[in-house]
Design a protein around this ligand. Structure first.
Ligand code: BGC
Length: 682
C-alpha cells in the first residue's frame, strides 16, 4: 500500500476520540498511542545540548533514573563558532543517536532564532545573529539528527527573540523584513534539511499567537512553503481551541497535567460536536502526525515492521565528536604578546582564578538542561593535562550568591506559564554579607596573583545559567558578581594573566579589555569543554573559532536598542528593519569590542588572487599558511547591496604550516544582485 492510501485508511478507521488523543500531550513529553490500530505514542525530548533527563508523565519530577545520564554537547552558539559544516553534521548525529538510544522520536532542537539582542536569555541555545551562518550550520545538524530515524524540531517559529513576557509579547515588524530577514532562515532550513517537525513559538506576531497563527502556519508554512512536516506547539503556547484547531498546528503540548482539558482535547471535542470546528481539520493534523511516524519508521505502510535504526548513547564516538566541536569553537580574541600557547615544559606552578574554572554548567539553562554523564571543568581540564608535573593552585576570586541555585526540588518548568522576571542584578548590591564575601575573595585572589611564584595565571569567568537562561532576559551586558573590578585589579598586578570569558552572548569587557594581553572567548562547551580549553591554552589545538556574533561595547550599540526596542512587555518594535547585528554596526561605523567573524590563530594566513565571477556566483582565491603552526582559516565572503553588508559565503580550510590551497566558494542566488562581493573579514 502506498503511504497516502495507508494514511487515508488509518484516518478513516480512527474514531474522533482516538484522533484527539493523538493531537495533544498525554504526558509532559508524549502523546497517546492508539494500540488498536498499531499507532504508537510520539515521544519527545529536549533539547539542543543533549537529550534531557526523563520526567514523570504527569509531574515535573525527574524520574531520577541512573540510566538517563547522557553526553553533554556544546551549545548551538559554540557550534556556530566553529563555522564548520562537517562538525555541525557530526553534532547532529550525536544528538540523533543519543535521542534514538534513549527511545525518543522527536528531539526538540535546534533553536534557530537569531540573536537580535545580546540580552535574550536563550541566546546560548541559538547559533548566531546572522541568518546565513545559522542556516548553513543548522541544515547539516538536522540532517545528522534525522539520519538516526529521529525527527529534529526546528524552534521557535518565529521571532521568539526575548524571554520577557514571552507568552504574550507581540512582535511588530514590517512584513517584508519579517520575510527576508527572519522567516527566510526557517524556510531555508526546512527546505534544505527536510526537518520532519517544527515548533511554533510562544509569542505573538501581528496580534496572533504564533501557535495559532493562520498567517504563519497556514499561509506561509503550508501554502507558500508546502511544508508537510509536523507542527508542535511550544509547551503551553496554545490559548484558544478554535484558533488552534483552525491553524495548521498538529500537536498541542503544555506544562500542566490536566491533559484532557488541553485546548485540543475535550474542549475541541465539544467544539466539533457543536459544529463550531470542522472535523476535517483534525484529520489534517492526524495526517501530518502519521506521515511523521512513517518517516521515522515508527509505523509502516507495508505488511512488515519497518526496520528503524537503533541509537546509542554515551559512546566513545559521540564523546570524540563532542570534543572536536568543543576544540574548534574556542575563539582567541587577543594574543598581543604571543603568550599563548603556553609551553608546559617551562612551567613549575600556575594559578587558576574564577568561579567558572570549576563551575559545572550542564544542569542549567531551562529546557536545555542536561544530566551529563560528566563535565570536565576548565580547572579539571588544566590539571588533567598537566598531570601533576606542574603545580596548579586555584582561588575562586568571585562567587555567585549561594541562594541563586535553590529550586526547592521542583523543576522551574512547572511554573513556566506564570510570568517570569528579569535576571536580578546579583552583584551584592544591598547585601552587605555577600559584598563582604566578594571583597574577601577578591583580595585573596589579588594577593595570590601578585605572588611572584606563578609562571602563569589563568582567569576563567563570564556568565552562567543564572543569566543565560530560559524564561528571563539579562538586564544589562555587565558581568555579574563585580567581575569587572576584579579582573581590572588582577590585571594591574599580572598583566600577562590569560583571561577566559565563558558566556552565551556578549558581555561588557570595555573597562579592562585593553589591559589584557591575552583573551579567550568560549560558549558553554559541553562535557569535554575543559579538555578542549586546556588543549588550546597549551597548544595541542590551534584555535580556529570565529565569533558568530558581534561583541558590542554596550547594549545601546546594538540596533535592537539603538533603533528598535527590546524587552517590551506588550509590544516589541523591530524598527531596525534588516539592520540586525553587524549589518548595523558596520553601516554606521559603530565601534565594537570584537567584530562578527573575528578570531585569531597561533599561525598566520595570507589570502591572494581573490576573484569574483562576473555574475557574482562564485569566488575563488588562494589561502596560504605563512606561520609555523598547522591551523584552520575561515574564509568569509560578504555581499554589499548598497545598504548593508551581509555574510554570503564561508569555508573553513585546514592548512599545514607553509601549505597553500585554492578555495572556491559558491554564492547563493539571492546575494548575486549585490553591488559588491568582498572576500575577507569585516
Ligand atoms: C521551551 C521549548 C522546549 C519546551 C519543552 C519550553 O519551555 O520554550 O524550547 O522545547 O519547553 O521543554
Amino acid at each position: 500500500m502506498g503511504e497516502t492510501e495507508f494514511i487515508d485508511k488509518l484516518v478513516n478507521e480512527l474514531t474522533l476520540d482516538e484522533k484527539l488523543s493523538m493531537i495533544h500531550g498525554a504526558a509532559m513529553f508524549h502523546t497517546e498511542a492508539v494500540e488498536r490500530l498499531g499507532i504508537p505514542e510520539l515521544v519527545m525530548s529536549d533539547g539542543p545540548m543533549g537529550v534531557r533527563n526523563d520526567f514523570e508523565d504527569d509531574k515535573w519530577i525527574p524520574i531520577g533514573n541512573s540510566d538517563d545520564y547522557v553526553s553533554y554537547m556544546p551549545s548551538n552558539s559554540a557550534l556556530a563558532a566553529t563555522w564548520n559544516r562537517e562538525l555541525a553534521h557530526s553534532a547532529g548525529n550525536v544528538l540523533g543517536s543519543e535521542a534514538r538510544g534513549r527511545g525518543k522520536d522527536v528531539i526538540l532542537a535546534p533553536g534557530v532564532n537569531l540573536k537580535r539582542s545580546p540580552l535574550c536569555g536563550r541566546n546560548f541555545e541559538y547559533f548566531s545573529e546572522d541568518g546565513f551562518l545559522t542556516s548553513e550550520l543548522a541544515i547539516p545538524f538536522i540532517k545528522g539528527v534525522q539520519e538516526n530515524d529521529v525527527a529534529a524540531c526546528v524552534k521557535h517559529f518565529a521571532l521568539n527573540h526575548q524571554e520577557t513576557e514571552r507568552l504574550w509579547v507581540d512582535e511588530e515588524i514590517d512584513e517584508e523584513v519579517l520575510r527576508d530577514t527572519y522567516l527566510y532562515v526557517f524556510e531555508e532550513i526546512l527546505k534544505r534539511s527536510g526537518s520532519y517537525s517544527i515548533m511554533s513559538a510562544y509569542n505573538k506576531l501581528y496580534g496572533e499567537q504564533c501557535c495559532e497563527s493562520k498567517f504563519l502556519l497556514n499561509k506561509v508554512l503550508r501554502e507558500e512553503w508546502n511544508y508537510d512536516g509536523c507542527v508542535i506547539s511550544d509547551w503551553g503556547g496554545v490559548h484558544n481551541t478554535k484558533n488552534a484547531a483552525e491553524a495548521s498546528l498538529d500537536i498541542e503540548m503544555s506544562v500542566t497535567n490536566n491533559f484532557d482539558e488541553y485546548f485540543l482535547a475535550k474542549p475541541l471535542k465539544k467544539a466539533i460536536e457543536a459544529g463550531e470546528v470542522d472535523e476535517k481539520l483534525i484529520d489534517e493534523k492526524v495526517r501530518h502526525i502519521l506521515l511523521l511516524m512513517l518517516r521515522l519508521k515508527m509505523i509502516g505502510a507495508g505488511e512488515e515492521k519497518p526496520s528503524r535504526k537503533k541509537g546509542a548513547y554515551n559512546t566513545e564516538k559521540n564523546r570524540q565528536s563532542i570534543y572536536d566541536v568543543a576544540s574548534e569553537s574556542i575563539i582567541l580574541l587577543k594574543n598581543d604578546k604571543k603568550l599563548l600557547p603556553l609551553d608546559e615544559s617551562k612551567l613549575k606552578r600556575i594559578l587558576v582564578i574564577g568561579e567558572n574554572a570549576e563551575r559545572l554548567h550542564s544542569n542549567g539553562g531551562g529546557s536545555a538542561e542536561i544530566k551529563a554523564l560528566y563535565e570536565i571543568s576548565p580547572l579539571m581540564g588544566i590539571r588533567k593535562k598537566l598531570g601533576g608535573n606542574v603545580k596548579v593552585d586555584y582561588v575562586k576570586g568571585y562567587a555567585s550568591p549561594p541562594e541563586e541555585n535553590t529550586n526547592n526540588g521542583t523543576n522551574w518548568q512547572e511554573k513556566s506559564l506564570e510570568s517570569m522576571i528579569m535576571a536580578p542584578e546579583m552583584d551584592g548590591v544591598g547585601d552587605d554579607k555577600y559584598a563582604m564575601e566578594l571583597a574577601v575573595l577578591k583580595s585573596e585572589a589579588k594577593k595570590a596573583a601578585a605572588d611572584g611564584k606563578y609562571d602563569a595565571v589563568i582567569f576563567v569567568g563570564g556568565l552562567n545559567h543564572e543569566y543565560d537562561i530560559e524564561g528571563r532576559d539579562r538586564k544589562s551586558m555587565k558581568l555579574p558578581y563585580s567581575q569587572d573590578i576584579l579582573i581590572k585589579e588582577l590585571l594591574s598586578v599580572r598583566q600577562d594573566m590569560i583571561v577566559v570569558m565563558m558566556a552565551g552572548s556578549a558581555v561588557e569587557m570595555g573597562t579592562w579589555k585593553d589591559d589584557a594581553d591575552t583573551l579567550i572567548w568560549e560558549y558553554y562547551n559541553g562535557m569535554e569543554g575543559g579538555t578542549a580549553l586546556s588543549d588550546v591554552i597549551f597548544g595541542d589545538v590551534n584555535p580556529s573559532g570565529r565569533l558568530p556574533e558581534t561583541l558590542y561595547y554596550k547594549v545601546e550599540d546594538c540596533s535592537a536598542f539603538a533603533l528598535g526596542d527590546f524587552g517590551g512587555k506588550e509590544k516589541v518594535h523591530y524598527r531596525e528593519g534588516r539592520l540586525i547585528g553587524y549589518r548595523y554596526t558596520e553601516k554606521e561605523n559603530v565601534p565594537v569590542q570584537f567584530k562578527f567573524g573575528y578570531g585569531l590563530s597561533y599561525t598566520e594566513f595570507e589570502t591572494k588572487d581573490a576573484e569574483v565571477s562576473k555574475d557574482n556566483s562564485k569566488v575563488t582565491l588562494k589561502v596560504k599558511n605563512i606561520g609555523k603552526y598547522d591551523g584552520k582559516e575561515t574564509v568569509q565572503v560578504y555581499a554589499d547591496n548598497g545598504e548593508y553588508k551581509t555574510l554570503c559565503g564561508f569555508e573553513k580550510v585546514f592548512l599545514k604550516s607553509g601549505e597553500e590551497k585554492s578555495v572556491s566558494i559558491e554564492i547563493p542566488e539571492r546575494y548575486r544582485s549585490a553591488k559588491t562581493i568582498s572576500v575577507g573579514n569585516l
